[in-house]
Design a protein around this ligand. Structure first.
Ligand SMILES: C[S@@+](CC[C@H](N)C(=O)[O-])C[C@H]1O[C@@H](n2cnc3c(N)ncnc32)[C@H](O)[C@@H]1O
Length: 238
């Protein structure tokens, strides 16, 4: 059941990208299959039900496609019985620097989620119950990271959830390898290769706690040669 279900979810979440071109489709297929973050979010029940989820640095909107299809499968009774329920999220809003990715996200998902071109360092996030930032923070300076974390905190209600995946700069060779792969893909997708701004896991935990989040780490690199960690944070009271 589990293997069959995984194939079905991968197929359903990839399918919308057929209308966004071959690159978008192949990229979606490869990334959703090989990146443990997508199944990890569901298997570990990391995302609660929400009225509005913001995905900052959303790329071509893979997370939105994943969550929308997961919920549909859950609602029609095709869901692994030992998994937590798929989160019910009414509005998914993605913000992305690259217009090409925004176009691909819109072509694939139409009106089922909203995508905007903008810079997470300056765009208005509005309010949200859940914020997700997957593999993005290391592209912006340390000061900008801290500013973005404060603005995410301000966008969430007390008890709101913030999930981010980061590399652990203390992770040795796997960390350097994941940076190399990340920078290569970043370059192939049309970005300039600028400096990246990494922190050790302890430093990430410290900066999140000093922003006002309770946070716990969860390794999120199973089956890959990388050293990535999901940080699951809750906004504590004001
Ligand atoms: C490694 S990709 C991850 C994409 C997506 N989060 C995912 O997991 O599929 C990083 C993304 O962050 C975007 N990005 C980098 N800096 C950004 C910024 N300052 N504002 C908005 N998006 C940014 C990049 O354009 C790229 O799409």
């Amino acid at each position: 059941m589990n293997v069959q279900f995984r194939r079905t979810l991968l197929d359903y979440a990839t399918r919308p990208y057929r209308s966004a071109g071959l690159f978008a489709y192949k990229f979606a297929e490869g990334k959703l299959k090989s990146d443990p973050a997508f199944f990890g979010l569901l298997e570990n029940g990391l995302l609660p039900n929400a009225e509005r989820l913001i995905d900052l640095g959303c790329g071509q909107g893979l997370l939105a496609s994943w969550l929308l299809e997961a919920r549909k499968l859950h609602e029609c009774g095709n869901w692994p019985p030992h998994w937590p329920p798929a989160p019910k999220i009414n509005h998914i809003w993605g913000l992305e620097l690259m217009q090409k990715d925004v176009d691909r996200a819109r072509a694939a998902l139409g009106d089922s989620a909203q995508f905007y071109q903008g810079d997470i360092r300056s765009a208005d996030y509005g309010k949200a119950d859940v914020a997700v930032v997957l593999d993005v923070l290391h592209y912006i300076s340390y000061e900008a990271q801290e500013e973005v974390l404060k603005r995410i905190w301000a966008a969430l209600p007390p008890g709101g959830t913030f999930i981010t995946r980061v590399g652990d700069a203390a992770g040795g060779l796997p960390f350097y390898y994941s940076n190399w792969v990340d920078r290569t893909i970043f370059f192939l997708r049309g970005h300039r290769l600028n400096r990246i701004y990494c922190r050790t896991l302890d430093e990430w935990l410290e900066v999140l706690r000093s922003t006002g989040f309770e946070v716990r780490p969860l390794a999120m690199h199973k089956g890959t040669p990388f050293r990535n960690v999901m940080l699951i944070a809750k906004k504590t009271g004001e």
